[in-house]
Design a protein around this ligand. Structure first.
Ligand code: NAG
Ligand code: NAG
Length: 307
C-alpha cells in the first residue's frame, strides 16, 4: 500500500512540475512580438503540454501494470506456499495398540528412534486389559507418548463355541473405541495403526509420508500398508525397495486409514474378527490398499491372540 501511495505522489509531482515548466520557464513571451508570433508560441506551448500529458498517462499506466504484476506475483507466491503446506506439513498420529505385553517398549523405542519429528507424528498408545506392568512401562515414556485406556473392561458374552475366541471380541471393541477417540475426540485426519508386537523399519515414516498424498487423492485406495504378505526373502525383489503395489487383500500390520474411511466404518464396526470383516466386499467396495515390495514392519510377538 505504501508503495502505491509513493508512486501516485511521484506521478502527481511530475504533472505539477511539467505545468510549472511549460507555463513559466518556456515562456519567452514579450509584448513586442507580433500577434502571429504569440499565436505560434501558444500553439507550441499547447502541443508541449499535450505531449507532457501523454507521457504522464503512459507513466501512470506503467505504474499500474507494475503494481498489478507485484500483486499477482505475491498471490502466486502465497498460493504455492499454501500448496506446499498441504502436502508437507501434516500431522499423522501413530496409534499403538497395547494390552498386557511389556515388550511394547520394543515397538515404542523404535517408533521414537525413527520418527523424524514428534510434532508431526505424535504417538498415542491405547491400552486395553488394565495390565499394570504394561501401564508402568508405557508411563516411563512420559510426554514422548500419550496413553489412553479403553474404559470398558466388562466381560463380553459370547456363544459357548466361541469362548476360545473371546480375545478377538476384545480386540474389536478396543479398535472401535480407540479409533473413535483418535478421529472424533483428538480430531486427526488420518492415523497409522501399529500393534504392540510390531517392529518398524528405519524408513517407516518416510514410507507413509510419501504415500499419504496418494491416499488422499485417489478414491480407489482405502489404505496404505507397510506390510507385504508374501514378502519373504527369495520372493521379493530386494533391489526394488521403492516398488509399490495395489492389493485387493487388506494386509494390515502397520497401516494407515483416513477419517473419511473411519466415518464410513465406525457405525457398523463388528463385534469380533474385524480384519476378516474389513476384507468383505460390503466394506472394501472394490478399493485397494498400497503395499510395498519390501515390508516396512515385522512382528516379533510369540504369544498373542492370533499367534
Ligand atoms: C516470489 O518468490 C520469488 C522466489 O521464491 C521471489 O523472487 C519473488 O520476489 C517473490 N515475489 C513477491 C512479490 O513476493
Ligand atoms: C464411534 O462413534 C460414532 C459416532 O459417535 C458411533 O456412532 C459409533 O457407534 C462409534 N463406534 C464404535 C465402534 O465405538
Amino acid at each position: 500500500m505504501r508503495l502505491k501511495t509513493t508512486y501516485i505522489i511521484g506521478v502527481l509531482l511530475i504533472i505539477w512540475a511539467s505545468f510549472i515548466y511549460f507555463t513559466f520557464i518556456n515562456r519567452p513571451l514579450s509584448l513586442a512580438e507580433s500577434p502571429e508570433n504569440i499565436d505560434n508560441q501558444l500553439n507550441a506551448l499547447e502541443g508541449g503540454i499535450d505531449e507532457q500529458f501523454r507521457q504522464n498517462r503512459e507513466m501512470i499506466s506503467k505504474v499500474h501494470t507494475f503494481l498489478e504484476y507485484k500483486k499477482r506475483n505475491k498471490m502466486k507466491n502465497e498460493s504455492s506456499k499454501q500448496t506446499k503446506k498441504e502436502h508437507n506439513i501434516f500431522v499423522i498420529p501413530i496409534l499403538v495398540f497395547a494390552c498386557n505385553r511389556v515388550s511394547v517398549s520394543r515397538c515404542l523405542d523404535q517408533l521414537i528412534r525413527y520418527r523424524p519429528n514428534p510434532d508431526q507424528f505424535p504417538i498415542i498408545v491405547s491400552q486395553d486389559c488394565n495390565h499394570k506392568e504394561t501401564t508402568d512401562v508405557i508411563n516411563k515414556y512420559g510426554s514422548q507418548v500419550t496413553l489412553i485406556k479403553q474404559p470398558d473392561q466388562s466381560d463380553i458374552e459370547v456363544l459357548p463355541q466361541e469362548k476360545k475366541f473371546k480375545g478377538y471380541f476384545k480386540i474389536a471393541r478396543h479398535y472401535g473405541w480407540a479409533l473413535n477417540q483418535t478421529f472424533f475426540n483428538f480430531n486427526f485426519d488420518a492415523v497409522i495403526i501399529v500393534e504392540d508386537d510390531l517392529e518398524v523399519a528405519p524408513d517407516f515414516f518416510e514410507y507413509f509420508t510419501a504415500t499419504y498424498p496418494l491416499l488422499l487423492e485417489d478414491p480407489t485406495l482405502w489404505c496404505i500398508s507397510a506390510w507385504n504378505d508374501n514378502g519373504k526373502i527369495g520372493l521379493v525383489n530386494e533391489n526394488k525397495p521403492e516398488q509399490l503395489y495395489r492389493t485387493d487383500f487388506f494386509p494390515g500390520l502397520g497401516w494407515m486409514l483416513t477419517k473419511k474411511l473411519w466415518s464410513e466404518l465406525c457405525t457398523k464396526w463388528p463385534k469380533s474378527y474385524w480384519d476378516d470383516w474389513i476384507r468383505q466386499p460390503n466394506q472394501r467396495k472394490e478399493r485397494t490398499c498400497i503395499r510395498p515390495e519390501i515390508s516396512r514392519t515385522k512382528t516379533f510377538g510369540k504369544i498373542g491372540v492370533s499367534k
